[in-house]
Design a protein around this ligand. Structure first.
Ligand SMILES: Cc1ncc(COP(=O)(O)O)c(C=O)c1O
Length: 388
């Protein structure tokens, strides 16, 4: 059976060149980078080079890059670390209602521990209104955290505009760029952010490796204590192979952004136009063109449960998701779609299709061949009657 992977926002396969770059650090280059002998110094040199390369790609200084275990840790550091380091300045945090749970759960933790959190709404396309941020921001707002690209819909927020509002009010600005770093061109100065989270496994790098950019002068309390690794911000012997893999993945991805965006644009319009033409009562959640990263399509097939389509597609060898990977398995409709005003019964019929570097035209052909009869069959047996 043909196997087609269309769940690249959940994770991506390791790029062979990334694996090649990592392998020596599992074999001959095993020294501890903190050791002063040759084994250690050699590996330390690789970490210095990696940090420089990543900093160049993001447009910052190497000393502003901290390697972490992934997007979740970076988000926790940004939210909780910043809140704890700035209690003297206030206790108010602003985020949006469509963030990844790494942000939402960190904010919830703060909310249970003496901080106040405002969750900004989004419009029906999934955009945060800058005026809502202006209204919410106040004396005592320490931090604003708004994600760059949404993992479920691909919706792109106006980070430079939102960051400028936060900065003008004296608040720090963080963005979760886990779904955007390496997929769209970005520089921390262009975005105007004080902190930015990224993860390797979304761009054909290894799982368990990520980074946080923290602008010089931003007050963040470490979340991990021990040795003086990562500028004493994150204790623990470095995941050297992971860092090398993250760096290689970012270098490769950043070198092919324009051509990949063009491929995704073609895949997306072909996919959506075909489904929309063949299947009645399908809805695209999010904007069609402008404002959406075209590698992501969030589509509702009215009248059926998303999970039922996923399981049928899985039997046909096609991997797609409903909602975010972390919430699949739960029957709750996606919090992102709910925030966009999508009715729960409609949100439950949504699928997330996400393309990646290894997606081919043949994959799209096969998916377009399989989806329509599956939807037709499921609708016939669906207990959800309204197909309007
Ligand atoms: C937007 C976003 N933020 C954070 C994360 C968490 O990243 P990681 O899996 O590296 O912990 C993800 C992963 O799904 C994500 O999509």
């Amino acid at each position: 059976m043909r196997k087609v992977y269309l769940d690249n926002n959940a994770t991506t396969p390791l790029h062979p060149k990334v694996l090649d770059a990592m392998l020596p650090y599992y074999t001959e280059l095993y020294g501890n980078p903190s050791s002063i002998h040759n084994f250690g110094r050699e590996v330390w040199g690789s970490l210095v080079d990696a940090r420089e390369s990543v900093a160049k790609l993001l447009g910052c200084s190497p000393s502003e890059i901290y390697f972490t275990s992934g997007g979740t840790e970076s988000d926790n550091m940004a939210i909780i670390g910043t809140a704890l380091a700035n209690v003297g300045r206030g206790n108010h945090i602003i985020t949006s209602s469509i963030e990844h749970h790494a942000i939402l759960a960190s904010c919830q933790y703060l909310g249970n521990n003496g901080f106040e959190v405002t969750y900004l709404p989004v419009d029906s396309y999934g955009f945060v209104d800058p005026d809502d941020l202006k209204r919410a921001i106040r004396k005592g707002t320490i931090l604003v955290s708004i994600m760059h690209i949404n993992n479920e819909t691909g919706v792109i927020q106006d980070i430079p505009g939102l960051a400028a509002i936060a900065k003008a009010a004296g608040a720090y600005f963080h963005t979760d760029a886990v779904q955007s770093a390496g997929k769209v061109g970005l520089s921390v100065d262009g975005l105007g952010v004080d902190m930015l989270s990224a993860s390797a496994h979304k761009i054909n790098g290894p799982k368990g490796s990520g980074l946080i950019f923290i602008r010089k002068g931003t007050r963040v309390q470490p979340r991990m204590y021990g040795g003086k690794h990562e500028g004493a911000m994150r204790a623990g012997t470095e995941n050297v192979a992971g860092i090398i893999g993250l760096t290689k993945a970012l270098e490769l991805s950043c070198g092919m952004i324009a051509s990949e965006l063009e491929r995704y644009r073609k895949f997306s319009s072909r996919f959506w136009n075909a489904l929309n033409e063949i299947i009645p009562n399908v809805v695209l959640n999010g904007p069609l063109d402008e404002g959406r990263l075209q590698n992501t399509l969030n589509i509702t097939f009215k009248g059926i449960e998303g999970e039922a389509i996923i399981l049928s597609l899985d039997l046909a060898g096609i991997a797609v998701a409903s909602g975010s990977a972390c919430t699949s398995g739960s029957t709750e409709p996606s919090h992102v779609l709910r925030a966009m005003g999508v009715e729960p019964w409609i949100a439950r019929g949504s699928l997330r299709i996400s393309f990646g570097k290894f997606t081919t035209d043949e994959d799209i052909d096969y998916a377009l061949e399989q989806i329509p009869p599956i939807v037709e069959r499921l609708r016939k047996i669906s207990p959800v009657v309204s197909h309007n």
